[in-house]
Write a new protein. Structure first.
Length: 199
């Protein structure tokens, strides 16, 4: 059984969406987490090493962090065609976008939100405007990040773009608006949102 340790209205909604797209049975265990507003606390029932979410348990394995869980699940259920298999020409780009969200996109937007000055060449980060340009360029003339086929990269990166636009951390450009409208019209996204609002 797949068991997702989840906190409503958090980053782990991404994995709920992935699981809904896969259409496989899973169990959700709601845990408390420390929130940005100072509320919440570290939950001893949560196996994540930092008390964060998401964390997945499956057949005695513990998988944590969005990119790792997404890759694990799309490799575990290849028949869902949410991620290119090893050897597929799009596999490298897929892996790159999965890593891009936590490694580049989220840090850039948090630096913008907190008004932190970007230091060129530091770590793997990029300035927020540069990240927006890269995403716009990647999506120009494409339906999805990998071309004409939806993948879990669109859940991870596209879901973040949608969230950032909602909170005015990214501009609502025609490219981003059209793209997020496509991905959020999917039934699995609506099911995820219904589950989140019911909690």
């Amino acid at each position: 059984m797949l068991t997702l340790f989840h906190a409503p209205k958090s980053r782990s909604g991404t994995i709920v969406w992935v699981l809904e797209e896969l259409g496989v049975p899973y169990e959700t265990r709601i845990v408390d987490i420390r929130r940005g507003d100072g509320s919440g606390t570290r939950d001893p029932a949560n196996p994540h090493p930092h008390g964060k979410v998401p964390c997945l348990q499956h057949d005695g394995q513990r998988i944590f962090e969005i990119a790792a869980i997404t890759l694990y699940l799309t490799d575990l259920f290849p028949e869902a065609k949410l991620g290119p298999r090893v050897g597929d020409p799009k596999r490298g780009e897929y892996l790159s976008w999965l890593a891009y969200r936590p490694g580049v996109l989220e840090p850039a937007m948090m630096m913008r939100r907190l008004n932190v000055k970007h230091i060129p060449g530091t770590m793997g980060w990029a300035e927020a405007g540069e990240v927006e340009e890269a995403l716009s360029s990647a999506l120009a003339g494409r339906q999805y990040l990998l071309g004409d086929e939806f993948s879990a990269a669109d859940i991870s990166v596209g879901g973040t773009i949608n969230f950032m636009m909602m909170f005015k951390l990214m501009p609502e450009t025609p490219v981003f608006k059209d793209y997020t409208a496509r991905i959020t019209s999917r039934p699995a996204f609506r099911r995820m949102m219904e589950k989140e609002s019911a909690r």
